[in-house]
Design a protein around this ligand. Structure first.
Ligand SMILES: Nc1ncnc2c1ncn2[C@@H]1O[C@H](COP(=O)(O)OP(=O)(O)O)[C@@H](O)[C@H]1O
Ligand SMILES: [Mg+2]
Length: 244
């Protein structure tokens, strides 16, 4: 079954196409990286998938549901980590998690919060207000908020932003475990090494369009054959697509 289905999706902002007729599917359990330079349309795509932004045209299904007309069902299936996620600043870490747990109608609020805090090393800062935390710690709280209901589909927008290297490693391991246990992951990044480690498949985007699709393994093969780094392969693909 496809947990994510996108068909002929476009989104205009003031007449300008941020997303231009894109198609892709992600089977349940698959992990897909949206790779591309700033302005490629990654965040817009994820916001539409999360049901936060209406497409101008096209079809989206998450776990088989339309995020707008069947928003409750779709949303219970989705965990969304926004780019530059900011939890409520005047609430503590625990209160932020309680808020989401209640919103998500989780039955064992206390136990669930303890589990997710352990998972993201938040236990020690549970009673701190978010305003007093570093950007990296805020990001960890935001990740916990996205995961708390164990969604079938995780939409991650530049998830490693602000994290120090040891925390990045921990978070990558966590996402990998979730992926191995069947969570579908759609992750946006402009950093190839992150895509390589978090995803099995890649969609390279530029100016609102998907200009290349395939497995990360294929990208690696192309890089090896051409004797270039994978980043250089992507730059070439982007240049071929927009020669000027
Ligand atoms: N709310 C908005 N209003 C107007 N233009 C927007 C808005 N959101 C995104 N865009 C434009 O859409 C394009 C794609 O942006 P975005 O999806 O944020 O790209 P990415 O995440 O790949 O950097 C950019 O040209 C951006 O300026
Ligand atoms: Mg973005």
């Amino acid at each position: 079954m496809n947990c994510v289905h996108v068909e002929g999706l476009s989104r205009l902002f003031n007449g300008v196409k941020a997303i231009d007729n894109i198609y892709f599917d992600a089977e349940c359990g698959d992990s897909v990286a949206l790779i591309g330079p700033n302005g490629a349309g990654k965040t817009t795509t994820l916001r539409i998938l999360a049901g936060l932004l209406r497409p101008t045209s096209g079809i989206v299904r998450i776990c088989g549901y339309d995020p707008f007309t069947e928003s409750e069902k779709a949303k219970s299936c989705i965990g969304y980590l926004p780019e530059d996620a900011v939890p409520f600043l005047n609430l503590t870490v625990r209160e932020n998690l309680e808020y989401v747990a209640i919103l998500r109608r989780i039955s064992d609020v206390r136990g669930t919060i303890e589990d997710v805090m352990r998972l993201l090393d938040l236990t020690e800062i549970a009673n701190k207000v978010v305003a007093s935390l570093s950007r990296g710690n805020r990001q960890r709280v935001a990740i916990a908020m996205a995961l708390i209901h164990r969604p079938r589909v995780l939409l991650l927008d530049e998830p490693l932003n602000y994290l120090d290297i040891p925390t990045q490693e921990k978070v990558i391991r966590l996402f990998k475990e979730l992926s191995d246990s069947g969570t579908t992951i759609i992750v946006s990044t402009h950093i190839m090494s992150i895509a390589e480690r978090l995803a099995r498949r890649a969609l390279i985007m530029n100016r609102g369009r998907i200009i290349w699709r395939g497995s990360i393994e294929e990208l690696n093969k192309i890089a090896k054959l051409s004797g270039n780094a994978i980043e250089e392969v992507i730059i070439k693909l982007l240049e071929e697509e927009s020669p000027n």
